[in-house]
Design a binder for this molecule. Structure first.
Ligand SMILES: Cc1ncc(COP(=O)(O)O)c(C=O)c1O
Length: 392
């Protein structure tokens, strides 16, 4: 097993992904860790049981399988600890429940994943927490929104569906001046393309459902914290009784081994397709931060090591009818809400929930997840799809 710290920093990311998490020699030399299905754990005698002086005590507190995955994520994130939860949305809700209480104020970027907003507007407001949204390009001006009771600033970069890049270091600086916790939904970049804790984020959130799983068959979430915030996060998780089963944790660890290679393909293919789409008369704009034409390209280039395979296009004209016509004509792109799997997907996105980042686009916005198919086949599919709608 490669360990975190200096030794890891000298290794390439695919080497780290290959060896992180478990030490084969701790389990008879088998390359992969055992899948330990567990609720009950036995103690050798009453004294050990009373002292709880044993590494594993009960299934909700972890198994060798979940520990292997937590170690792997800590190595990738540089975190003090990682929690595993049953979905990406749980990875959002658990840290918010851990750090907020009645009377607190929280700032959310307006371009967040819609179910995060639903959780904030229903549950958090119901608990007496003041919820406020800020525009994604606010940067250091976040300071103007900070109140005496502001406890958390929640970021997501790029923004869901419209891919705005946030100035995370500027936001962190302003928030930390008031001892405010900065959380980030970093699902799009993964720790391979944006190492959030290195940029001062306190708690980083991932939907493991996406690239870590990579195969559209597991729902999963990960939450990692720096040293300062780890204990409070872990205590709340234990109190909530939130946990995952070892089978799912095993699948995510398995997915990590090939995640670097998969992401590289997603990245190259998505960029080629995005550049091609920019030239098509039916497309007004391509919302992909790695494109030079993207308004936040410089910020993306400054902070990110790469781009994953999800981006959006804005059609030159039309509305729902044209969007549906395009989606219905696609043969290789499935119509589905997720992303990060091996297969390409498309969805007509609804931006009607935005309150302060409202945008007027020329036409409907279609999000594309570029899978592992051959790039030219996907271009051909999009080309025949675009011919079904008129240009501008
Ligand atoms: C940015 C982002 N965060 C979190 C999630 C939630 O993940 P899950 O579907 O596992 O709840 C998603 C899912 O689409 C997402 O896009």
């Amino acid at each position: 097993m490669v360990t975190s710290g200096k030794a890891t920093r000298d290794l390439g990311i695919n080497t780290i992904l290959t060896h992180c998490g478990n030490d084969p020699h701790e389990y008879h030399g088998f390359v992969n860790p055992p899948v330990v299905r567990a609720s009950t754990v036995l103690f050798p005698d009453a004294g050990t049981m009373a002292s709880e002086n044993q590494k594993y005590t009960y299934g909700t507190h972890g198994t060798p399988t979940t520990d292997a995955l937590c170690n792997a994520i800590d190595q990738l994130e540089g975190s003090a600890g990682t929690l595993l939860v049953p979905s990406g949305l749980a990875a959002v809700s658990v840290p918010l429940l851990a750090f907020l209480k009645q009377g607190d104020h929280i700032l959310f970027v307006d371009t967040i994943y819609h179910p995060t907003r639903r959780f904030a507007n229903s549950m958090l407001k119901g608990f007496g927490i003041e919820v406020e949204y800020y525009p994604p390009h606010i940067g250091a001006d976040i300071a103007t929104l900070i109140r005496p009771n502001t406890r958390v600033v929640f970021t997501e970069s790029p923004g869901s569906n419209t891919f705005e890049i946030q100035d995370i270091p500027a936001i962190v600086k302003a928030a930390h001046a008031h001892d405010i916790v900065v959380m980030m939904d970093n699902t799009w970049a993964t720790p391979l393309y944006f190492k959030a804790l290195d940029y001062g984020v306190d708690i980083t959130i991932h939907a493991g459902t996406k690239y870590p799983s990579g195969h559209s068959d597991v729902l999963f979430g990960m939450i990692s914290a720096n040293e300062k915030h780890w204990k409070q996060l872990e205590d709340s998780y234990t109190a909530l009784g939130m946990c995952v089963n070892s089978d799912d944790a095993y699948q995510i660890l398995r997915g990590l081994r090939s995640m670097g290679l998969r992401l590289n393909h997603h990245q190259q293919s998505a960029l080629t397709i995005a550049r091609w789409l920019e030239q098509q008369p039916q497309v007004a704009r391509v919302l992909h931060p790695a494109l030079e034409s993207h308004p936040d390209h410089a910020l993306w280039k400054r902070d990110f090591k790469g781009a994953s395979g999800v981006f959006s296009i804005v059609l030159a004209s039309g509305g729902k009818e044209e969007a549906h016509k395009l989606l219905d004509s696609l043969k290789l792109f499935g119509l589905g809400y997720s992303w990060g799997g091996y297969e390409s997907l498309a969805v007509h996105v609804n931006l009607g929930d935005r309150t302060v980042a409202a945008h007027t686009y020329e036409g409907p916005v279609i999000r594309l997840q570029i899978g592992l198919e051959d790039t030219q086949d996907l271009i051909n599919d999009l080309q025949q799809g675009l011919t079904t709608i008129s240009a501008g």
